[in-house]
Ligand binder design. Structure first.
Ligand code: FES
Ligand SMILES: [Fe+2]
Length: 381
């Protein structure tokens, strides 16, 4: 874990939330959403320490398929380096720090656009034109970033000592395994910036309380607020079940493992700290985010389908539906961020567990992680 050189003022914010919010059914105070120092704590004690979702493994199905990404300020490249391996490297040339890959595509090797050092798909330096001292380049390679695939998602972490994600998520795996997420097929993904604090977007996604109010046409007829139900949670994730209204149509294509109940439910979960997922019998949607200042969040979101061969019109329908849901949420969250800057808000009462229990669980996770991180830094100092 990265050490913090000086004790930031925002430590008092953490002390306040330990006292007022941990284990209690109260929203976090507004400082947690607008204070730059508090955000720095989150970046150092939460984001640098955790597993972050970079996308779906079948975004890059063929050997040489790649996309670029980042983890905090670290540029990354994610590549299918052989048929069964997704590798994540620092996207930083070991000559003079140029990014060796841009955007997404397919390649046989990464050629640095500055002086043409060339790296193989396994990250090893293959050639360095006109360099005389070849011996000193022995062993030169793009640094490997620790990564894991889980449920068809690609995760990476900057923390070499992080506990394996798979072992942390065994309980979640049981709760959603019949949906067979790992076999779902990538439709599309998008990169956006939302005008809100990153936590507000997680909280919003994990809150069944707003569904009927904010989404009267898109979600209320399918998953109304009053049918939401809490789901198992632990220190690595939280979730809830959105049961379908009686009038909601059957989803015809789905895993044969689903029970009758599961065929009429979407399961929504957050793998801490910053990816949220909705899995239904036929569609998977995820939003993975990283803070970009206190009131902006970079979001990569994508959709996958259970069906392998949806035609373009069917894909478009699912994309449009989720674009509309996201637009409705973004509009609310922009206004929310203005309210969070008000001196007249200090964190209100949360609704019962079936409606906002996941928000409380997310807060408890954050508070514990920050408090433990600060204690560890103090122990070292
Ligand atoms: S910075 Fe990449 S070859 Fe020079
Ligand atoms: Fe919403």
């Amino acid at each position: 874990m990265t050490a913090i050189n000086s004790r930031p003022d925002s430590q008092s914010v953490v002390e306040t939330i330990v006292e007022n919010c941990l284990g209690k059914n109260r929203a976090l105070p507004s400082d947690c959403y607008i204070d730059e120092g508090y955000l720095q704590l989150e970046e150092q004690l939460i984001f640098r320490d955790s597993w972050m979702c970079l996308g779906r493994a079948d975004e890059i199905p063929a050997v040489g398929d790649y996309f670029t990404s980042s983890l905090l300020s670290e540029p990354l490249v994610v590549v299918r380096s052989d048929p069964s391996t997704v590798s994540v490297y620092a996207n930083v040339c070991q000559h003079r720090a140029m990014q060796v890959a841009n955007g997404a595509g397919n390649t046989r090797q990464f050629v640095c656009p500055y002086h043409a050092w060339t790296y193989a798909l396994d990250g090893k330096l293959r050639s360095a034109p006109l360099m005389e001292d070849k011996a000193s380049l022995k062993g030169c390679r793009l640094p490997v970033i620790r990564s894991e695939c889980w449920g068809g998602f690609i995760f990476a972490t900057l923390n070499e000592a992080a506990e394996s994600l798979e072992s942390q998520l065994s309980e979640l795996q049981e709760a959603i395994e019949h949906y067979q997420m790992e076999g779902m097929h990538h439709i599309s993904c998008f990169h956006e910036t939302w005008d809100c604090n990153w936590k507000s977007l997680i909280e919003n996604f994990m809150d069944g309380y707003h569904l009927s109010v904010v989404h009267p046409q898109t979600l209320r007829p399918l998953t109304p607020t009053n049918l939401c139900q809490t789901m198992s949670s632990n220190g690595a994730y939280t979730g809830y079940i959105a049961n379908y209204a009686l009038a909601a149509p059957e989803r015809l294509n789905h895993s044969a493992l689903l029970t009758a109940d599961e065929r009429r439910q979407s399961r929504l979960f957050c793998i801490y700290p910053s990816v949220v997922v909705s899995v239904s019998p036929d569609t998977l949607v995820y939003l993975s985010m990283q803070p970009d200042g206190v009131d902006k969040v970079s979001v990569k979101w994508g959709l996958s389908s259970f069906e392998k061969d949806l035609d373009e019109e069917q894909k478009d329908q699912r994309i449009k539906k989720w674009q509309e849901i996201n637009r409705e949420d973004h509009n609310i969250l922009k206004c929310l961020q203005r309210g969070l800057r008000s001196s007249f808000y200090q964190g209100g009462q949360l609704a019962p567990a079936d409606l906002e229990g996941s928000v409380k669980n997310f807060h408890d996770y954050l508070i514990r992680k920050l408090a433990q991180g600060l204690a560890a830094v103090e122990g070292v100092g």
